[in-house]
Design a protein around this ligand. Structure first.
Ligand SMILES: Nc1ncnc2c1ncn2[C@@H]1O[C@H](COP(=O)(O)OP(=O)(O)OP(=O)(O)O)[C@@H](O)[C@H]1O
Ligand SMILES: [Mg+2]
Length: 358
């Protein structure tokens, strides 16, 4: 059965986004008033790499748009189910941002949101690349770093103590992420062939899994990640979620957002700065800049938690499923994993979040 047939059997009457069917999309957009009466859909194409959803660039006779649909599976591996409500969470996140200029201006505008079809229509930020070139030596300017840090701090600050109707617990996506960050990498029977990625990596991972203190620290952090907390997080704040534009970085893809410990977002940022071989002065700049912007006093527990989350994120990107486009050899990866281990072993017995007090 085709993806369309599977979808239509389980979702009768719900629109199915299809790269080969611009006319179908035109009819769907027109019905919702999202297309001008004299506007035609000319072409659909993939704007970039994506795994979870179907994201298409829509060229109309007047402009370009981005359409993103979440199906009940992982788009790239459609035998793997995925929580379809992720699009609703993502749409609501964009709607919320619209009220905050400092955040709204750093993200694409939400031009249309069809929760029943799990479809978002977004402003097209252009065909510039994301920031994953950082892993192969592309530079990161201080201005771009500052903009990213500013965005993160604004988000955490704006929604500290935010009360919602439960949507932003984003429980199913958080559980999925929990599995891939805190469980799969240290699971000896995860079936991953790490030697196929970098010869010798399996043995390094096997050795890590022997470290009972490390395993316990990761489990503890996993519990902190799953705990509901006081700030709204982006949830996947890494170079693949940052797009380069002429006006600086823009943030996309908040489908993993949730109300939790802000240290998780900051830790993920730090992890990827490290995996992109950024000098420690840049990492310090990010941490100091964040602390200044969040406006709370220096707090050792919070800083420790950031570094622990950073360690877990480095580890899971090296020995877990969600690999990065790294060119590093085994020795480099071993060094990073050793750093990750040290960051994790600063594991005080009870990691805790003290909202934003980096
Ligand atoms: N608003 C936008 N403007 C321009 N390009 C975009 C926009 N949104 C997404 N893209 C492009 O489409 C790609 C996939 O988008 P996105 O990351 O939102 O999809 P995804 O399915 O959630 O991906 P992943 O599985 O990596 O999380 C992006 O990497 C980017 O290249
Ligand atoms: Mg995504």
């Amino acid at each position: 059965m085709t993806k369309r047939a599977v979808f239509e059997a389980s979702h009768p009457g719900v629109f199915f986004l299809d790269e080969r069917d611009p006319d179908g999309l035109a009819a769907f957009l027109r019905e919702r008033g999202w297309l001008a009466s004299d506007e035609a859909v000319r072409r659909l194409s993939k704007p970039g790499e994506g795994n979870m959803n179907l994201t298409l660039r829509v060229e109309t006779s007047q402009r370009t748009l981005i359409a993103k649909q979440a199906r009940p599976w992982v788009e790239k591996y459609d035998h793997i189910p995925a929580p379809p409500e992720r699009a609703v969470v993502e749409g609501r996140f964009y709607e919320l941002m619209a009220q905050y200029p400092a955040l709204r201006d750093r993200m694409p505008r939400l031009l249309g949101f069809a929760p029943e079809a799990r479809l978002l229509l977004l402003e097209d930020l252009g065909s510039g690349t994301d920031y994953t070139g950082l892993y192969i030596g592309e530079p990161l300017s201080e201005a771009d770093l500052d903009a990213l840090v500013e965005m993160l701090a604004s988000l955490h600050r704006a929604f500290a103590g935010f009360q919602d109707d439960g949507l932003f617990t984003n429980r199913a996506m958080r559980e999925l992420n929990h599995l891939h960050i805190f469980e799969v990498p240290l699971d000896a029977s995860n079936g991953l062939n790490l030697d196929a990625i970098t010869p010798g990596l399996s043995e390094v991972a096997a050795e890590l899994r022997q470290d009972a203190a490390l395993v316990a620290a990761v489990e503890g952090l996993g519990r902190v990640y799953l705990r509901d907390g006081g700030s709204l997080l982006h949830g996947d704040f890494f170079p693949g979620s940052w797009l380069r534009t002429a006006d600086g970085p823009r943030i996309i893809d908040p489908e993993f957002c949730f109300l939790g410990a802000p240290e998780f977002d900051v830790g993920v940022l730090v992890a990827h700065l490290r995996l992109a071989d950024q000098p420690s002065a840049i990492i310090d700049r990010a941490l100091t800049g964040y602390a200044e912007r969040i406006g709370t006093r220096h707090d050792d527990a919070s800083r420790t938690l950031v570094m622990q989350f950073a360690g877990v994120e480095m580890m899971r990107r090296l020995i877990g499923v969600a690999q990065l486009p790294l060119t590093a050899d085994l020795a480099r990866k071993q060094t990073w994993l050793q750093q990750a281990r040290e960051m994790l072993s600063s594991a005080a017995s009870h990691p805790r979040s003290s909202v934003g007090g980096i």
